[in-house]
Design a binder for this molecule. Structure first.
Ligand SMILES: *[C@@H]1O[C@H](CO)[C@@H](O)[C@H](O)[C@H]1NC(C)=O
Ligand SMILES: *[C@@H]1O[C@H](CO)[C@@H](O)[C@H](O)[C@H]1NC(C)=O
Ligand SMILES: *[C@@H]1O[C@H](CO)[C@@H](O)[C@H](O)[C@H]1NC(C)=O
Ligand SMILES: *[C@@H]1O[C@H](CO)[C@@H](O)[C@H](O)[C@H]1NC(C)=O
Length: 778
């Protein structure tokens, strides 16, 4: 489906661009109670009594007394067996396909086909999910003396007490839409429906000083209302088609008007669309469609991350937004700088009136320079992929290391950007064995890629071996001298050197096994230790050299090395003991795994990431873990993780000290995160499934159902995204552990990951088939 239409020197990427996907996500929901509107006269319930229930299977709805709105289940994700419940237009004058959803219970929650929505006798609204077997959303009004509920004529679902006071209303819990008469208060947000991985981070809020702001993630504000700074305001959509900021006295201090303001229009709504733009829509009776009458960001290219990683945002001749990659594609979805291993050196391509930025990884360094210096600095820095010079007198030069090109071009922009590429186009491909995608079908690239990865690995391993050898030469001698000191006299570095018979007696003749090659041991001073049998013959000098290096590494998230045994062909490591044994034991046991709550699992991810980050960067020399897996993450009495068994890479059960690569650790970490989130150890099997679930907006399905107390969807999304980045087949695309730590700690955004097998064909084949439509259609 890649149409290589050349215009203006760019390759057309419109098949993958945001706007064409957008149309797909705006595909009308499949409403279950489509006949409700027609049965209007015989079928109106003004009040919803306690005990009322809506079942997916019943195709039933609660309808407002004027028939304009209905609350019911709908299927929006094109997954025949997944549903959401919400309020949608129901008017007879709006065709079913245009009966837009204006509120969804729990925003993006989807449930199974035997679920129900229940107004309990206690006055609580509960959405019960048949897939998970639990109530997945509630109005939390169980003890608030509710006596009834009603769907108001303006689309507001309300829960009322005896005095008919509103105790809870859907207007106070908005999803992505404001209806006429609905207010948005400080601390409330509209969040774009997470119909794709980019949109989930767009939100609209009103801050304490009275500014409406559109944001990407929490940090990047790309549109501000610039209203007079006043506290205690609320945003309000008027029935006449204006968006206002009003004081408590209801007096407006700021307004914007739709182009049909004051016209007689039956239906309007304001929505934060999944392309990150805030739009006001009117129902055009004659044309039978929703028309945009105002939008916050005039130039869609100025919405942050509009193109994601798919290149530079611009416009086609017809005025539609378009993402263009300045290179021939090496990756079917993302626009990636082909900058590594250029055989004939690099050059910089210049883009006038273009601003480039990074969404992920967010690394940016800004320096003050001249235009020429800016270009040269990026060219001469191996890691720099592109740079933007702010040609506005500030002299600011922003240098980026992300491999993905993203940004926008506009004649009004003074900035100039430079993108690095190889000077010889034939050297663009990092691996000469891999044919350019245009010449050979994509599928063929997969085995080549594996070849490339192992080739790279081999070179890396050789280099590491060299480093290992140097360490040995420097430290091996000290090691040998201490070999005879034994238990009674700890080694200079605090490491006990044990004989095999001592190991045997400490472990009670290996009776206290706590993992496949792991034993509990009791030192003479009643101090518990974990003893790991490396089960491999490692040359003595090499082993001692490695142990010396390990012994000098101390970090609170790494199990402390306390001693070792190196006798004949026995190689044992003695680590500090963690009371609760290995993470693997907890994941595999159906009772123990419940102790790993959502919070604990996230903590474990973050702790392990910090431990590996420390190994990679905090030591005098780079140390890879080499063997990160559940068995090597120990849990102490508070279930806090301690990483153990580091520094000895293991292949096929053979340990060898030669270090592995950072990329291998990152991949292993990604697999560990996937295991922690899903509860499944079989990452090979679940990887594709998990990616598909995430990609298609059903991120909750990946979540380990055995966890009690639920999870935070946003945190799950973030952790999954970073996991998918970590397990990218192409190891150049994997983040560094530093980036992983920042994302997990919430200090960095993480962009939508491509499929771990980037050369696989895109998941949404039907998306690609979508064509551009009139921008005004919803
Ligand atoms: C619910 O979905 C499952 C498949 O996920 C299907 O086997 C079953 O028949 C469906 N039940 C109903 C009532 O549609
Ligand atoms: C509200 O937003 C504006 C614009 O982003 C900012 O200048 C102001 O400091 C914010 N006020 C508060 C109280 O956060
Ligand atoms: C804002 O509202 C609060 C509570 O309604 C009130 O106490 C405060 O005085 C108001 N501030 C202004 C500046 O109107
Ligand atoms: C709509 O009508 C009101 C009152 O008649 C007027 O104040 C306002 O300016 C009108 N809006 C527009 C956009 O003309």
């Amino acid at each position: 489906m890649i149409m290589k239409v050349v215009y203006g020197g760019f390759f057309n990427l419109s098949d993958f661009d945001f706007s064409s996907q957008e149309l797909c996500f705006l595909r009308p929901p499949f409403l279950l109670c489509i006949f409700a509107g027609f049965l209007l006269n015989s079928f109106v319930i003004a009040e919803i009594p306690l005990g009322s229930k809506l079942l997916v299977a019943d195709n039933d709805c609660w309808v407002s007394s004027n028939g304009d709105f209905a609350l019911g289940f709908f299927n929006i994700s094109d997954q025949p067996n997944l549903y959401s419940i919400g309020i949608h237009y129901n008017s007879k004058s709006i065709p079913t396909s245009q009966q837009t959803v204006v509120w969804t219970a729990g925003a993006d929650i989807t449930v199974g086909n035997e679920s129900y929505f229940h107004l309990t006798q206690q006055g609580e609204l509960i959405l019960f999910d048949s897939l998970r077997g639990i109530p997945i959303w509630t109005s939390k009004t169980g003890n608030r003396s509710i006596v009834s509920a009603a769907l108001r004529d303006n689309g507001n679902l309300v829960l009322l007490d005896k005095e008919q006071n509103t105790v809870w209303q859907s207007f106070d819990d908005p999803s992505d839409t404001l209806l006429p008469g609905q207010s948005l208060y400080v601390n409330q947000t509209l969040r774009a429906a997470s119909k794709n991985s980019l949109s989930s981070y767009y939100s609209l809020d009103l801050n304490a000083s009275g500014q409406l702001q559109l944001r990407w993630e929490s940090s990047i504000v790309y549109w501000v209302s610039n209203s007079p700074s006043t506290s205690n305001l609320s945003a309000f959509l008027t029935p006449s088609g204006a968006v206002q900021l009003r004081q408590q006295s209801l007096k407006p201090v700021w307004s914007v008007f739709g182009e049909d303001h004051n016209d007689s229009v039956n239906y309007r709504f304001l929505r934060l669309d999944s392309d990150g733009n805030l739009r006001l829509y009117s129902w055009i009776e004659t044309a039978q469609l929703w028309r945009t009458v105002w939008q916050a960001v005039e130039n869609q290219c100025k919405v942050f991350a509009t193109c994601g990683q798919r290149g530079i945002c611009g416009f086609t001749a017809s005025g539609a937004t378009d993402c263009r990659c300045p290179f021939e594609l090496t990756d079917s979805i993302n626009c990636m700088v082909p900058y590594k291993e250029c055989e004939s050196g690099s050059i910089m391509l210049t883009f006038k009136n273009t601003f480039l930025y990074g969404t992920y990884p967010p690394d940016e360094s800004v320096i003050i320079s001249s235009l020429q210096q800016c270009e040269q600095l990026c060219l001469n820095d191996f890691q720099c992929t592109f740079a933007t010079y702010f040609n506005n007198g500030s002299g600011q030069c922003s240098l980026r290391k992300t491999p993905y090109v993203t940004g926008y071009a506009d004649p009004s922009l003074s900035s100039i950007s430079f993108v690095k590429r190889c000077s010889d186009p034939l050297a663009v491909n990092p691996n000469p064995k891999q044919p350019p995608p245009s010449e050979q079908p994509m599928e063929l690239c997969l085995p080549c890629l594996i070849g490339a990865a192992s080739g790279t690995f081999f070179i890396f391993a050789m280099v590491q071996l060299g480093i290992g050898f140097c360490i040995y030469k420097r430290k091996g001698f000290t090691g040998r001298k201490t070999a005879t000191l034994g238990l009674a006299s700890p080694h200079l570095k605090g490491l006990a050197v044990l004989s095999f018979s001592e190991i045997k007696s400490l472990t009670g003749d290996f009776r206290n096994q706590i993992g496949p090659t792991m034993f509990k041991g009791l030192m003479p001073n009643n101090h518990l230790v974990t003893i790991i049998n490396l089960n491999a013959f490692i040359e003595e000098r090499k082993f001692r050299g490695a142990v010396m290096k390990m012994g000098s590494i101390q970090h609170k998230d790494l199990a402390k090395l306390e001693g070792y045994c190196c006798e004949f062909n026995h190689r044992f490591m003695v680590y500090e003991y963690a009371k609760n044994g290995s993470l693997g034991k907890y994941i595999d046991d159906s009772t123990l795994c419940k102790k790993l709550t959502w919070r604990k699992r996230l903590d474990i991810c973050s702790t392990v990431a910090k431990a590996i980050y420390y190994l990679h960067t905090g030591c005098r020399e780079f140390v890879s873990h080499g063997n990160l897996e559940c068995e090597n993450v120990m849990l102490d009495e508070n279930l806090t993780a301690k990483v153990t068994d580091f520094g000895f890479a293991r292949i096929d059960g053979q340990a060898s000290y030669c270090g592995f690569s950072a990329e291998k650790d990152v991949e292993d970490f990604g697999k560990l995160v996937l295991t922690l989130l899903s509860g499944s150890r079989n990452h090979e099997e679940i990887r594709d499934w998990a990616y598909r679930e995430w990609k298609e907006g059903r991120v909750e399905n990946v979540f380990d159902r055995r966890i009690e107390g639920g999870m935070e969807v946003e945190e799950l999304e973030r952790a999954l995204r970073i996991a998918f980045w970590c397990i990218q087949m192409d190891d150049r695309m994997r983040p560094s552990m530093g980036e992983v730590v920042r994302v997990l700690d919430g200090n960095s955004s993480v962009d939508a990951p491509p499929h771990p097998f980037a050369f696989q064909k895109p998941l949404h084949e039907d998306d690609e088939a979508q064509e551009y439509g009139s921008e005004s259609e919803v």
